[in-house]
Design a protein around this ligand. Structure first.
Ligand code: CA
Length: 246
């Protein structure tokens, strides 16, 4: 089940002083195609982060030199986009809360299994393309979605979407014409740990559809089809692209 991504391997900075835990996590990550830099101290980790700008940092809170929470704060200050996952030996809520307040995105309580770590990494990295989109706007029919600028145009006019409506449209636009399950949308737009009622998705979807079908919509505007018992699909009109309003 491992996914090997040699050319575009995700860079993970592991800051962990325990040789057994660090070795275990590094081996598991490398075996699954991640590129891992391992530092045993907070100072070393911060220096490494400055030099290599990793996409993900796995950060032990109990380090020999610096307070892990301070390391999290420095990392977040230097890079707003880096995914920071704190590793804590204690299921102590206060550690976790302080770590998240300092800018961490997630936490794992030791002992950390590689399987769980990989699942968390996949969930966080799935969400990254939207935030880190370096490509230009996506054009689907007369819909233009500029994820980097968070702008959405239908028929040349900008429509103003709420944040979750935008994220939902962005998630569907990454796979036009492809069925996307409700679970995947919940994980991408909300949170993979969110087990609440999925009514939020229905409400947001209804609002998004109203926005897409608003005043400037035309025959070239994509529509969202419901796939009963599965999820949704963004339908792009077959000859929709290239149309200009006269
Ligand atoms: Ca430690």
């Amino acid at each position: 089940m491992s996914t090997h991504r040699a050319a575009d391997a995700v860079e993970v900075l592991l800051i962990e002083d325990d040789p057994a835990i660090g070795g275990h996590l590094r081996t598991g990550l490398v075996a699954n195609g991640y590129q891992v830099q391992w530092c045993r101290t907070g100072e070393g980790g911060l220096a490494q982060a400055r030099q290599f700008a990793p996409e993900v940092v796995l950060l032990d809170l109990g380090l020999p030199d610096l307070d892990g929470v301070e390391v999290a704060r420095s990392l977040r200050g230097a890079d707003p986009d880096v995914v920071i996952i704190i590793l804590t030996a204690r299921a102590d809520e206060i550690d976790i809360v302080v770590g998240l307040d300092a800018g961490a995105d997630d936490y794992l309580v030791k002992p950390v299994t590689v399987t769980v770590l990989l699942a968390r990494l996949r969930a966080h990295l799935r969400r990254r393309p939207a935030a880190a989109a370096s490509s230009g706007p996506v054009r689907l029919g007369d819909l233009v979605l500029d994820v980097a600028a968070r702008r959405c145009l239908v028929g040349g006019s900008e429509i103003s979407l709420r944040p979750k409506e935008f994220d939902l449209l962005a998630a569907l636009s990454r796979r036009p014409g492809v069925a996307v399950s409700r679970e995947d949308l919940m994980a991408e737009v909300w949170d993979e740990n969110w087990f609440g009622p999925t009514k939020t998705l229905d409400v947001t979807m209804a609002a998004l559809r109203r926005q897409l079908a608003g005043g400037t919509a035309g025959p070239a505007t994509p529509v969202i089809t419901t796939l009963r018992g599965h999820g949704y699909r963004l339908e792009v009109p077959p000859d929709g692209s290239g149309l200009t309003s006269g």
